[in-house]
Design a protein around this ligand. Sequence first.
Ligand code: CA
Length: 229
Amino acid sequence: MRHLRDVRILVVEDELKMARAVRRGLEEEGYVVDAVSDGEDALHRALHQDYDAIVLDVMLPGRDGFAVCRELRTKGRWAPVVMLTARDGVEDRIRGLDAGADDYLVKPFSFGELLARLRALVRRGATERPTTMTTDDVVLDPATHAVTRDGEPIELTAREFALLEFLMRRSGEVISRSRILEHVWDVNYDGFSNVVDVYVGYVRKKLEVPFDRPFIRTVRGVGYGVGLP
Ligand code: CA
């Protein structure tokens, strides 16, 4: 593959065999590759050099991939990041996307798949993407615990925030009361049984009543959801 200019990729991976294979493969495709094996080096490189894309392993010695990605975004570096996660955990994927990653691949992946993702990301280029979640006109920032609706700040208690965050992470899904209870409270919660409904009520009072618009949908007999079609 020929490029009109160098397309430069940073590979961050501490497993040497894997790092070497990825590097060699990318170089064969005509990319210019820098490879580092820990989070500190990755930050140092990415803050001093513009990369067209970064391949970032999650499990790194010292600072992990999530922390590296978040720090880059905080410092206004928007090079597209594809994260390599070891587990097929949806939580990892969500954490990665929250940290400002653009895409992720679960190990083991095929090199062709990595190439395809990188091509798409490089073509798209760096886009500023804040690490917040947005559903309709509600914006939630997991890092600062700030919530706004239509630009207006909403004050929530820690539990109300956790409830809203849980629903917004699963925007478009209907979540059962028992699943909410398990995640936002804990499995052994033995307080009053309608606690979820009570807290949804609290959040609605702050998030819906002043705006006179619904946000959290009740799906009768099933549960609650936001961003439902
Ligand atoms: Ca690793």
